[in-house]
Design a protein around this ligand. Structure first.
Ligand code: CUA
Length: 315
């Protein structure tokens, strides 16, 4: 090689090395600056193990809020495709909260908007971080690690309420679990667009055309209509309460978690049901909002829906 070319290349190489060194230095300064001025801290790892062993720990057996003392609370959150469990967290203002997070499946992120809470949620690790919410309001939590097709819908919220509101809300907590899931204000069935609701709520996992993803998300096309003919309540329950555990659909095994959609109204769920049975398969009579309403109030878990499925659905 011509030695002049060599010198030229070496000169450019030195410039690139200097530029990347400068950038690294800048990042270190930024991190140090934010730790010093924004009160940032690095989440600690409380435990490592298999995801199953971590989920079996008492704190995750019933994730949610525990008041541990005056001004002290623990909150356990399980991240899974594509939801935080529990989705909604309610804590009294001014409480020092210790968050425990773990993942059931893949790496997720957990970021609480308008705070400096932001942690990577890793399967096989329990991350611990502390925070005191001193301002009333509802904070949105988002997954900020791409975790699959439903990632953009992986949301939750933290509601920070006054101590008296918290006490009022906490008192009837025990019977509330069995109380009917309140539907949102009823909507006229005709005004509800099932295709649009399906796109917003379901297409992320089950596909725009209801084809699903083999081994990951079961297909709706054809299959939903067959389920409706076998047992209409089952199909409604799976939407209302979700479904968790191993199932066999058309010779393919699926083992996933679908969260419940009971926050949608009866007419909205009926419209989604009409949409999914229309993807193909045998003709199914339209779903009525009353039919959906009749299934509310069972207080089922996704695992209960699986148990019911095993009884009524012929694989
Ligand atoms: Cu979970 Cu993105």
């Amino acid at each position: 090689m011509d030695p002049r070319h060599h010198d030229q290349i070496a000169k450019w190489e030195r410039r690139w090395i200097a530029a990347s060194g400068l950038m690294s230095l800048m990042f270190v300064i930024l991190i140090a600056y934010s730790l010093a001025t924004e009160g940032g801290h690095i989440a600690q790892v409380a435990a490592r193990g298999t995801p199953a062993s971590l989920l079996a720990q008492p704190i995750f057996a019933e994730p949610g809020v525990r008041i541990t003392g005056p001004g002290q609370a623990q909150v356990a959150i399980v991240a899974q495709a594509f939801a935080f469990v529990p989705e909604h967290i309610r804590i009294p203002v001014g409480t020092e909260v210790t968050f425990y997070l773990t993942s059931r499946d893949v790496i997720h992120g957990w970021q609480v908007l308008d705070t400096n809470l932001n942690v990577e949620v890793i399967p096989g690790e329990i991350s611990v971080l502390r925070y005191t919410f001193n301002r009333l309001g509802t904070y949105l939590t988002v997954c900020n690690q791409y975790c699959g097709l439903g990632h953009q819908g992986m949301l939750g919220e933290i509601e920070v309420v006054s101590a008296s509101d918290f006490a009022r809300g906490a008192a009837p907590a025990a019977p509330a679990a069995a109380a009917p899931v309140a539907a949102r204000e009823p909507t006229a069935a005709a005004a509800v667009d099932g295709a649009r609701l399906y796109t917003v709520n379901c297409a992320g996992c089950h596909g725009a055309g209801g084809t699903g993803i083999a081994g990951v998300f079961p297909p709706m096309a054809g299959h939903a209509a067959e389920l409706a003919l076998q047992d209409r309540p089952y199909l409604i329950d799976s939407l209302l309460y979700g479904l968790q555990g191993p199932i066999l659909v058309r010779g393919t095994n699926y083992s996933g978690v679908m969260p419940g959609w009971s926050h949608l109204g009866d007419a909205e769920l009926a419209a989604i049901l009409d949409h999914i049975v229309a993807f193909g398969g045998p003709a199914v009579a339209p779903f009525e909002p009353d039919e959906v309403a009749a299934e509310r109030g069972k207080g089922w878990s996704p695992a209960d829906v699986l148990a019911y499925r095993d009884q009524v659905i012929d694989p």
